[in-house]
Ligand binder design. Structure first.
Ligand SMILES: Nc1ncnc2c1ncn2[C@@H]1O[C@H](COP(=O)(O)OP(=O)(O)OP(=O)(O)O)[C@@H](O)[C@H]1O
Ligand code: SF4
Ligand SMILES: [Mg+2]
Length: 315
């Protein structure tokens, strides 16, 4: 039985998930046997370098991969298989998405009201109830006077305001789960703090659990009790306290490379798009690598409660 399959059935369980994009120039394998548990009632952060597969994992969970992608492996939600069609049908009501990049995700020719009302459609409310719910959502996300915001077009709002509108759209039907992809990307410090508050306040809107993909470690620290570290299309470490006490050699190197930790660069180069590894994906760059690391894939070891580390050092 694999890492995720033997655990409690609450939450989202991803087991052996591989995703490939079939492009004219050849196949690109974006995920390579990802197994992870996102527990119910928790906010889990996903961190890792650009191109490691964070967004593809989020899109695969929500059933939103493009038609030229194929996936193997299983995704379970509360003990039931979550097929792409089922996930798409549950979008909005049970699974909410706060997508990367507000300016691309909001339609420039539609008002905020049109965006929110469309998001509310699954609730089958009357016109009056929809208007009230739209106002209520905007006030909950920091717009004390919602009417001018409802009439506004996206370009009339600042980046932070657009992000809060996207949060309102994602939370419109009070889904139990929210997946937020880089919710603070491109925002200044003050707006990042605002978005963190907004995401925390989602919990008062009926949202129980979140997966937050982010490069913003301040946000990850402020929001997420658990962290998953991705590299080369795999999750190499998950658990609480990963940011303060990383165990996997890649997690340690990734955190030491951050400006606030002294910019110690990781030797070697990051994996190329779709690069495959027969052993540990970090072996070409790992100071502790042994011959076995290059030919065998490490299992999921549990050196501490709730911590899963894929490295032979913890066997
Ligand atoms: N629609 C797509 N078509 C083809 N390849 C894709 C597509 N989306 C992602 N990929 C490839 O899959 C891999 C993982 O991409 P992904 O977008 O998940 O990275 P990421 O970790 O989210 O990076 P970033 O931090 O820059 O957002 C990359 O090699 C990327 O080029
Ligand atoms: S399995 Fe081997 S190569 Fe991979 S991180 Fe651990 S020691 Fe390094
Ligand atoms: Mg991404």
């Amino acid at each position: 039985m694999t890492e995720a399959a033997g655990r409690t059935k609450s939450g989202i369980i991803v087991d052996g998930l591989s995703v490939a994009f079939h492009l004219p120039k050849g196949d690109v394998r974006a995920l390579d046997g990802v197994s992870a548990h996102f527990p119910d009632g928790e906010i889990t952060g996903i961190i890792g370098e650009s191109g490691c597969g964070k967004s593809v994992l989020g899109l695969a969970i929500l059933g939103l991969l493009p038609s030229y992608a194929s996936a193997e492996g299983t995704i379970m939600l509360e003990g039931q298989p979550l097929e792409p069609g089922t996930a798409r049908r549950r979008l909005g009501r049970e699974l909410g998405l706060i997508p990367q990049n507000p300016s691309e995700s909001l339609n420039p020719s539609r008002t905020v009201k049109a965006h929110i009302q469309e998001a509310l459609l699954p609730l089958k409310l009357s016109g009056k109830e929809r208007r009230e719910r739209a106002r209520e959502l905007l006030s909950a996300f920091g717009f004390p006077d919602p009417d001018p915001i409802l009439r506004a077009y996206p370009h009339e709002l600042s980046g932070g305001m657009q992000q809060r509108v996207l949060c309102a759209v994602g939370a419109a039907c009070s889904p139990r789960w929210i997946l937020a992809d880089e919710p603070t990307k491109g925002l200044d410090k003050e707006l990042r703090a605002q978005v963190q508050e907004t995401l925390l306040s989602l919990r008062g809107q009926g949202v129980r659990s979140m997966v937050v993909i982010t490069h913003d470690l301040l946000l990850a620290r402020g929001l997420c009790r658990r962290i998953a570290v991705m590299y080369g299309g795999q999750i190499l470490e998950t658990g609480p306290r990963v940011l303060d006490h990383p165990l996997h050699p890649y997690s340690r190197a990734f955190l030491a490379a951050l400006p606030e930790n002294g910019f110690q660069s990781i030797p070697g180069t990051a994996p190329g798009a779709g690069e495959r590894f027969s052993g540990c994906p970090f072996a070409p760059r790992c100071e502790l690598a042994k011959a076995r690391c290059r030919r065998e894939r490490p299992a999921a070891y549990r050196p501490e409660p709730e911590r899963v580390v894929r490295c032979f050092e913890y066997e």
